[in-house]
Design a protein around this ligand. Sequence first.
Ligand code: ADP
Ligand code: MG
Length: 258
Amino acid sequence: MSIPLRALDRAVEIVNLKKTFDGKDFVVNGMNLAIPKGSLTVIIGFSGTGKSVLIKHMLGLHRPTSGSLKVLGQEISNMSTEDLVRMRCRFGVLFQGAALFDDMTVLENVCFPLQEHRREWSLKKITEIAEQKLRLVGLDSKHYHKMPNQISGGMQKRTGLARALALDPEIIFYDEPTTGLDPILTEMVDNLILNTHQSRKGMTSVVVSHDLEAAFRIGDYIAMLDSGRCILFGTPEEFFKTDIELVRRFVNKGMKHA
Ligand SMILES: Nc1ncnc2c1ncn2[C@@H]1O[C@H](COP(=O)(O)OP(=O)(O)O)[C@@H](O)[C@H]1O
Ligand SMILES: [Mg+2]
C-alpha cells in the first residue's frame, strides 16, 4: 500500500484497527490508512466491506476493539464523551439523507449548530453566517424560509451541506451522499462536494462512495476497502495502473456501468 511520503500532515491516521460486534467476525480487520490533511479522499469498496463502520469510528460513534485511530491528531478511540462532543464541533457530516429537522425552515436548520455551539454570538451574526453558508452551496435566498418538505431533494442536500459547514469544519465526512439520486442530481452533488472542498482551503474531505466514476473525477486519493482492510490507497492514476486483481475487477466493473 502506498502512502504518499509527502503526507506528513495527516487528517486521519489509522493503525491496525480492529472491530468486532459479536466477538467472532471482524468487520474491521487490521486496517491501516492515512488520509493527508487538505485532501479529498474517496473511500470505495463493495457493499458490506466496512466503509460506514469505518466512518462511524472516525466520528467516535463506534469504539474500536483494538488499534489506534487519530483524527486531526487526536486519538479518538478512547476519548471521553465530553471530549468527543468538543471534537465533533471540528467535523462536518453529511450522510445519505440530508437529515434536516422537518419542523425548522432551511435557514433555521443551518442556524441550529451555531446556536448550539456559538452561544456567545448574536442572532444577527448567526443568521449572517448561516446565509453565507447557504450562498456557498448555491441555494437561492427565496428558499431560506421554506420548510424542508417544500424544497427539492437537491436543495435538501444543499441545505444539509450548508449545515455541515456551519461551524467551519476542519474535516468533513460524507457517507454515500449520492446513493439513490438520479444521474443529474448525482453529478450536481459530486460537483458541490468538489467545489466546497476547493473553496475551503486546508479542509479535508472524506467521501464514502459507491460511484467509481465520481471517485476518479473528484478524488485526490482513493482508498479501496475489502474485508475490513484498506487494500489500496493512492491517486486515481495509481488505481488505473495497479496489478491488484480485486481492485482491477472493481474498477473494470464500476467503469463499465458508469
Ligand atoms: N452496529 C452493527 N452491529 C453489527 N454489525 C454491524 C453493525 N454495523 C455494521 N455491521 C456489519 O458490518 C459489516 C460492514 O457494514 P458497513 O460498514 O455498513 O458496510 P458498507 O461498506 O456497505 O458501508 C456488515 O456485515 C454489517 O452487517
Ligand atoms: Mg455504507
